[in-house]
Design a protein around this ligand. Structure first.
Ligand code: FAD
Ligand code: UDP
Length: 371
């Protein structure tokens, strides 16, 4: 008999939640992780007394009460509400697109005036009358040309390294558009950051689970996993599992430049987006604002900020965002067919499914599985 029910490759939110649920059912699990720490992309590093989101800012948000209650069992979440601001050539705008943004853009004060401005801009644009075919058409048809040029076009082209006319429309539909004065970036019922950081969540999920770090599935004895476990849970990149035999999937990744600033409050907000192409980074994160509010911000005389530079993925980098263009969608579909044939392997999470998932849907997917 093999020693484990499940060999779990990857200790991100998918692998860790799976390990927790399996352990609750009395299953024996081994988690292997190629990085030197557990937690995948939600891992935080403490710098100058501040939890730094090492792999990019992570804000937990969901409308699913089951998911919210589940994560709150391991660590209490604070009341952080994401309200990013955009800096366009020194002028500040609220995000997502709401009455504050419309006031800052046009001086309009009522929803009716704002709708009129957007409608006028849409009418002047050619694509009216047919379904938006790409991100540019979608953005203009939602918010008009002024907002597209000021807050979307350059940011998106920096983020994805491709013209907006070649990007899928759905990317911009992720952002709320509302005709009320509300800067909350999400429409979900629940939102926050774990008090004490995401590592507490991961530690809670993996408590009592056997874990090995610095262990790459493909470079270790566990490659021959059937000697150790009945089933494999694989959360690494989909194409890598199959030795890239159909070709490589593209990813978009981000390079973070993080530094300590000798001031208590550097930019007054956790997230400031730079929406003009003249600034090479897309946004600056000031990590302390995720966990410190009001006068407490001044208590630590230092602060940690990260500039985010989007880059095209090369082997050896961290794969972050699936690229949903025609070539990659088709290639991923072909890999998914290969994956279906592997009946004793579960392909889970953002990398193995080659799909953009937020944290909450990852947790939800595991809670809904029969393990
Ligand atoms: P990961 O966290 O990537 O974990 C996979 C793990 O598998 C990694 O630790 C990796 O090292 C390991 N691994 C891979 N291959 C191997 C191998 N061969 N052997 C051993 N180990 C291996 N979601 C939100 O809800 N809110 C946000 O604000 C948000 N912000 C984000 C910002 C960025 C920049 C990114 C990239 C994502 C963001 N997300 C956000 C999404 C969130 O990160 C994911 O939903 C979540 O991390 C997915 O968990 P996962 O376990 O699938 O993947
Ligand atoms: N976006 C934009 N301007 C902004 C913020 C976002 O045009 O100031 C667009 C951009 O195309 C981005 C998409 O909206 O890829 C989704 O934004 P989100 O903040 O959800 O991106 P993520 O959290 O995935 O980095």
């Amino acid at each position: 008999m093999v020693k484990y029910d499940y060999l779990i490759v990857g200790s991100g939110l998918f692998g860790a939640t799976f390990a927790y649920c399996a352990r609750q059912k009395g299953k024996r699990c081994l988690v292997i992780e190629r990085r030197s720490h557990l937690g995948g992309n939600v891992y935080c590093e403490n710098v100058a007394g501040i939890n730094v989101h090492k792999y990019g800012a992570h804000i937990f948000h969901t409308s699913n009460k089951k998911v919210w209650d589940f994560v709150n069992c391991f660590v209490e979440f604070n009341r952080y509400t994401n309200c990013p601001v955009a800096n366009y050539r020194g002028k500040m705008f609220n995000l997502p697109f709401n009455m504050n943004t419309f006031y800052q853009m046009w001086g309009v004060t009522t929803p009716a005036e704002a709708r009129q401005r957007i409608e006028a801009s849409r009418k002047a644009y050619d694509s009216v009358g047919h379904e938006p075919q790409n991100l540019e058409e979608q953005a203009i048809s939602l918010v008009g040309e002024d907002i597209y040029r000021t807050l979307i076009k350059d940011y998106t082209e920096k983020q994805w390294g491709r013209p907006c006319t070649e990007l899928p429309a759905f990317i911009i539909r992720r952002l709320p558009l509302r005709f009320v004065y509300d800067n909350n970036y999400f429409n979900d019922a629940y939102q926050g950051i774990p008090i004490g950081g995401y590592n507490k969540l991961i530690e809670g999920l993996l408590e009592g689970v056997e874990c090995l770090t610095e262990t790459d599935f493909f470079q270790s004895e566990y490659r021959d996993w059937r000697r150790y476990a009945r089933k494999l849970v694989y959360t690494g990149p989909l194409d890598e599992y199959f030795g890239y035999r159909l070709g490589r999937l593209d990813w978009r990744t981000v390079s973070f430049r993080t530094r300590v600033e000798p001031v208590a409050n550097f930019q007054g907000n956790a997230v400031v987006n730079y929406t003009s192409h003249e600034v090479p980074y897309t946004r600056v994160i000031e990590h302390k604002h995720f966990e410190t509010f009001g006068p407490a911000v001044e208590e630590n005389p230092q602060t940690v900020v990260s500039e985010e530079y989007p880059v095209e993925y090369q082997p050896g980098m961290e794969p972050y965002y699936p690229v949903n263009d025609v070539r990659n969608n088709a290639l991923a579909e072909d890999y998914r067919k290969l994956a279906e044939a592997e009946t004793d392997v579960i392909f889970g999470g953002r990398l193995a499914q080659y799909r953009y998932y937020d944290m909450a849907p990852i947790v939800e997917a595991v809670l809904d599985m029969s393990i």
